[in-house]
Design a protein around this ligand. Structure first.
Ligand code: ADP
Ligand code: MG
Length: 270
């Protein structure tokens, strides 16, 4: 989940899409890959310094050629909602990740460190969702190299549509040079206010500019204060208020993501 602009709903999308996919029986791993560690805090870990392993320590170990612990359970945390019997795994983050970004510059194979960390884990999951930081630096490049697909949350304001151009150029560069398998899965409109004309103007602009080249999800995530309330309660919106329009939209997004998987599978077997 990537966009170099902050506050466009990357973390919210990671958490809710992750929850929705797990509720549908998929094995999901979320990675907090933003030094600000919002996802980690959203999942109930305020004191990130007390965690023995974070994505930062794993990246460090990989750069120093140390092997990761044998048991995944040592460094992968599990989030559980006992009431709904839903659970998924996640790897937390801490501020240390910003120091890692600096040391990546001198690392061997610096673009592929996250990919190597995840190589061990890939087989155990249907979906690994990476919550990126709001920048286009080396961390985001690592995420784009590790990923097979990109979801780009965009809020319908003019400036974020402008930034989209720069982001797309970067994604295509990574695809061309390092990760040919990378696909732009779709642009996702978030915090959409149906009654505000600007939202529609920007949506039309993005659709007219990119529709032929880049898929745009049919699902739009509406704006709702419930999103912020859920964060305070350390829950996804879906858990916080299941009938809420944002919850319903994230469930629909999960269905779109799953439908795409089926289509790709059919194409593979033809
Ligand atoms: P990012 O990870 O891109 O910085 P966040 O997911 O943290 O963005 O969202 C930024 C802020 O907007 C947060 O306070 C979050 O609670 C709020 N937010 C996210 N999605 C919505 C929504 N659909 N409606 C209203 N507020 C939202
Ligand atoms: Mg975030």
């Amino acid at each position: 989940i990537v966009n170099q602009k902050g506050g466009v709903g990357k973390t919210t999308t990671t958490q809710n899409l992750g929850y929705a996919l797990s509720r549908k029986g998929k094995k999901v791993l979320l990675i907090d890959f933003d030094p600000q560690s919002s996802l980690t805090v959203c999942l109930g870990y305020d004191d990130t310094d007390s965690l023995p392993y974070t994505i930062a320590t794993l990246m460090q170990m990989e750069m120093e050629d140390e092997s990761l612990p044998e048991e995944h359970s040592e460094y992968v945390q599990t989030y559980r909602n006992e009431k709904e019997q839903v659970s998924y795994d996640f790897i937390p983050c801490s501020m240390e990740l910003s120091a890692i970004e600096v040391s990546l510059v001198n690392a061997v194979c610096r673009e592929g460190v996250l990919k190597n960390v995840l190589a061990e884990l890939q087989a155990a999951y249907d979906y690994i969702i990476i919550d990126c930081s709001p920048s286009l630096g080396m961390l985001t490049i690592n995420a784009l190299v590790a990923a097979q697909a990109v979801i780009i949350p965009v809020t319908p304001e003019y400036l974020s549509a402008k930034g989209l151009e720069i982001l797309l150029r970067n994604i295509l560069r990574v695809k061309r040079k390092i990760n040919p398998a990378l696909e732009i899965e779709g642009i996702l409109f978030t915090m959409f206010r149906d009654r505000i004309r600007l939202a529609h103007t920007v949506e039309d602009l993005v659709r007219n500019t990119y529709d032929a080249a880049i898929p745009i999800y049919d699902t739009r995530i509406p704006y709702s204060v419930r999103s912020g309330e859920a964060v305070i309660c350390k829950q996804s919106v879906i858990e916080y208020e299941s009938g809420n329009q944002v919850s319903v939209a994230y469930e629909a997004l999960a269905n779109e993501v799953l439908a795409k998987e089926v289509l790709e599978h059919e194409a593979d077997t033809e």
